[in-house]
Design a binder for this molecule. Sequence first.
Ligand code: BES
Ligand code: ZN
Length: 621
Amino acid sequence: MFSMRITIFIFFVLTMLFSACQAPRPKAEGFKDAHSFSNTDSVRIRHMDLNLNLDFEQHTLSGVVTLKIDNLKKARTLVLDTRDLEIFKVEAQGDNPGRTYTLGSVATDYMGAPLTIRLQPGDSVISVAYKTSPNAAALQWLNPEQTAGKKYPFLFSQSQAILARTWVPCQDTPGVRFTYSATIQAPKELLVLMSASNPKEKNKTGIYHFEMEQPIPSYLLALAAGDLRFRAFDGRSGVYAEPEMIDKAAYEFADTPNMIQTAEKLYGPYRWGRYDILVLPPSFPFGGMENPRLTFATPTVITGDRSLVSLIAHELAHSWSGNLVTNATWNDIWLNEGFTTYFELRIMEALYGREYEEMLEQIGYQDLQRTLEELGSDNPDTRLALNVDDRDPDEALSLIAYEKGRSFLKMLEIEFGRPRFDAFLKKYFDTYAFQSMDTEHFTQYLRDNLIKHRRRVEGQIHLREWIYEPGLPENCPVPDSPEFRKVDEQRMAFLKGTPAEKLDVKGWSTHHWLHFIRALPRKMTTDQMAALDTAFSLSASPNSEIAYAWFRQAIGHEYAPALPYIKRFLLHVGRAKFVVPLYTALNSHKAYRQFARDVYKKAREGYHPVAYGAVDRLLRQ
Ligand code: BES
Ligand code: ZN
């Protein structure tokens, strides 16, 4: 009897230990996020209801946000993040609804100001009436001229990283998740969409209702309104775009259903119901944004030949890495972007083959090398585990999170073999679905579930160095692309004197061209540049990636004939990944400094606050 009990007890202890080993629970009280004022260790938002009116004359959103809260530790206050918001009134549900509040002072502009609300025992619903500023950093209000149709205005939001607080008072930290519902009123000519259940067409009232049933962190709150049409790919995915763009968009992204199926085969079911894409006007400051159920995408990937669709694979992959398992703080962004970049390439390989994937890998590796050169290999910002606590998280984000993160996972794949690594990732997404993860907990999970506490192996793979040290460990996989070796041959031939029009470029894809242009030497004559431009119309390329790569060479070589094209590009496109490096390059050439300023003076008003914020910082220096 006694020994039976002991046996059961030992069994119990072992099971506990074993399961604890398998899946370390993220800390119950949450993670300390330096980028939020909110007191999330004692109170947490569980559900948000938004009731907003869009005012295209004033460029404001106004209305009420109602928060269902869990007061875990009988806190006397609820602290929310706000930035540039006008607060009118705070109320609680119940007999005595009025609640006093204070809006703190602004220390750093990116943090905004804490809104501290007095709570009474039993308070579980708090509502805040407020209005946004016309300069809200998350929002871009577009004039009709900035749209494809030129007839109706357009609005869109960009909440990542810490801009949600400029349009909704909330606990603006990736460590808190809530479900949401919303009622939005817009001018009747516009269709409203959110990162939630969405309408497929306009209604007569201009009032739209939304539900998001899965809990999300604040940075995934998203809103857009414009003259939009919908086209289905199949029963669970489709695309929204302006009428002028809808055919092109539907053609370009037609492989989306296959991408979803491929992703599911790799890492488990898609958990968000629908997956739709919204094509935005060209001022959208990113390539894409993984807003749940509705990826926001730049129109600059619509090339007519489907050659830049890895962007969709990337945003879709975030439905697991990021939206399901979320970086706990902005220091852990590599857990989102590195995993997503790895996953993106796995989708591309499964759908389009190894050769295609090798080209993407090579392009990414070049980006990584270039970033290391620019930042310096001993720069702390080249670590995977960042420390951005005292900075705007946007400022410290670089391709390191993406490409060093991807390389790290690729290294693990090579060391442990694909079958084991895939099983590990699938289980990781499943175990931590709808939770936050920080670098320490992930590292522990990796030790427990893949490395299995073998010290020798841990040393061999340079685990600590990969995660906590700057630069690149010696076991970083170096990709090889046979396709690009063919491109190298043509480049060498050109540099040895073969005329540009005699080069063998038959069948070259966007990626072949990107490699050709990127690998051109630092010193070439104007005649050589002109010969390439004449033969292949590079300055006038309608492909944004090719044009951008060429413009960087043109600026580097002071090839003046490209300037009018660069100007046209900068006036049309607001994607920060293009715009910021182009202004940087122009600004570092004495001859082009004035040109950069003149173009920017005109272009600035067409950019989203995220893009002009970055260019302002740059040109001010
Ligand atoms: N989530 C990011 C965009 C982002 C990151 C916005 C951090 C704000 C802060 C998105 O998934 C992304 O990585 N977009 C890339 C495209 C991708 C194919 C590399 C972009 O916009 O270039
Ligand atoms: Zn991403």
